[in-house]
Ligand binder design. Structure first.
Ligand code: 5AD
Ligand code: SF4
Length: 451
């Protein structure tokens, strides 16, 4: 493919899975002579890795493409070529239409075709074609992608499951990422061991519906997420495990028990409930009630009393009344969240909810979002404040903004910073939490390096 060294700029939108995909794309292209750059103006190849989950996603991509077009012209004036690729869920959803609407785009590539990137780029470069690759190929893209590099971040991600069979009526994921697919255990273990050798101390398993994981085990049987986590916990260098995102329906007893039994499994769980009214939950096709959710949380807290819970909530789903919204606030109060992500409903083309009657006026949705967020902020502040005065183990991941500062995460996924030497990066260290700000905790690094 590329004969001379080439520069690659990837701009990532959306979720952690997109961030993981961007890393894997960069690794695949590194083998073909592409080195990453943060400056799109010096890039021979620009990839926009897009997200389609909410709000005029496609429009945002088209306006980003306007900026990229200006860069391409500028480079052209200096005799330089720029190839423009669009990846991710907008690419998957738009397909051929994207080539028609945006003349600047050379390549449209869906999430299931990333392993084909080098050859697709070759087709554009050598054949002068404009290419769309949005099929769901039968082959396993993870097998076809190169192995992970030999150096890794202290906290690394592995996609273990992709796609979703739940079909919540507001959501595009089942259409853009396809049906549920779980990677085999052996491939995940090999990737985790490689990341561990490269310096990773924490691994977060990613999946749109990660707790529905059912991958083929080395014994030929399908393994659950709990069983996979137990296996990964035997890797000595891996000291922390996390997983995200989970569906309440797939939180089985084995996984709940593991939160009490496996010290490497961190006391943090992202468990979206979306709405507190059973009527709305039914219209959303969530397959659980508000009470199911609250009872599930009680069982999880029985296994691991200090667990920090996080969630996703949508306000203004079609037909949501004031009383329905009050049910959402009530569930938030009943559970008490350490963190939460809340959104105004946005109609996604092609999803069943988009054609429901009684769409909620924007002004009301905005007000509801505002009052929900005040409550969630209060709860998050209370959670953080309760950790002030405690000694927490922090995995330091990077240098902080100020000189002499390092930054990392507590077991509860709180951002923590403190004064300390750079060589603590990659280590788990005892930290006295002395104050809580809006975005992070401040700590005094206690001990030296833990054994
Ligand atoms: N409108 C608003 N929020 C949405 N989400 C998914 N689809 C929509 C939509 N159409 C939210 C859900 C999901 C999170 C990733 O994004 O809360 O859990
Ligand atoms: Fe979308 Fe999550 Fe529902 Fe699947 S479970 S359809 S990914 S919101």
């Amino acid at each position: 493919m590329a004969k001379t060294p080439q520069k690659l700029h990837i701009k990532t939108f959306g979720c952690q899975m997109n961030a993981y995909d961007s890393e894997r794309m960069a690794e695949a292209l590194a083998e073909h002579g592409y080195t990453p750059t943060d400056d799109p103006a010096e890039a021979d190849l620009v990839i926009l890795n897009t997200c389609h989950i909410r709000e005029k996603a496609a429009e945002k991509v088209y306006s980003e493409l306007g900026r990229v077009r200006a860069l391409k012209r500028e480079r052209n004036a200096h005799g330089l070529d720029t190839m423009i690729a669009v990846a991710g869920c907008v690419a998957q959803a738009e397909g051929q239409e994207m080539l028609e609407r945006a003349g600047v785009v050379d390549l449209v590539v869906g999430p299931q075709s990333y392993h084909e990137l080098p050859s697709l780029i070759g087709r554009v470069r050598e054949g002068g074609e404009r290419v769309v690759a949005t099929d769901f190929p039968a082959e396993d893209k993870f097998l076809a992608l190169p192995e992970r590099p030999t150096r890794s971040q202290p906290s690394a991600f592995i996609t273990v499951q992709e796609g979703c069979d739940k079909f919540c009526t507001f959501c595009v994921v089942p259409y853009t990422r396809g049906a549920e697919y779980s990677r085999p255990v052996a491939a995940i273990v090999a990737e985790a061991e490689r990341l561990a050798r490269g310096g990773a101390r924490e691994i977060t398993l990613l999946g749109q519906n990660v707790n529905a994981y059912r991958g083929e085990g080395p014994d030929g049987c399908d393994w659950s997420l709990a069983k996979l986590l137990k296996r990964l916990a035997t890797i000595a260098e891996i000291e922390r495990l996390r997983y995200t995102t989970s569906h309440p329906r797939d939180m089985d007893d084995e996984l709940i028990a593991l939160h009490g039994d496996e010290p490497k499994l961190m006391p943090y769980l992202h468990l979206p409930f979306q709405a507190g009214s059973d009527r709305i939950l039914t219209a959303m096709n969530r397959k659980h009630t508000a009470r199911d959710y609250a009872e599930l949380v009680e069982r999880i807290r029985t296994a691991r009393p200090d667990i920090a819970l996080s969630t996703d909530i949508i306000v203004g789903f079609p037909g949501e009344t004031d009383a329905d919204f009050e049910d959402t606030l009530a569930l938030v109060r009943r559970v008490g969240f350490a963190r939460a992500f809340s959104f105004k409903y946005s109609a996604r083309p092609g999803t069943p909810a988009a054609s429901l009657p009684h769409q909620v006026p924007e002004r009301i949705a905005r007000q509801r979002l505002h009052s929900l967020q005040s409550l969630l902020d209060e709860e998050a502040k209370a959670f953080d404040a309760a950790t002030v005065g405690r000694k927490l183990k922090v995995l330091f991941e990077r240098q902080g903004r100020k000189p002499g500062q390092i930054a990392g995460r507590s077991p509860y996924l709180q951002a923590v910073h403190g004064e300390g030497p750079k060589d603590l990066i990659g280590q788990i260290v005892d930290v006295d939490i002395v104050s809580a700000g809006p975005n992070s905790l401040t700590g005094v690094i206690k001990s030296g390096i833990n054994p």
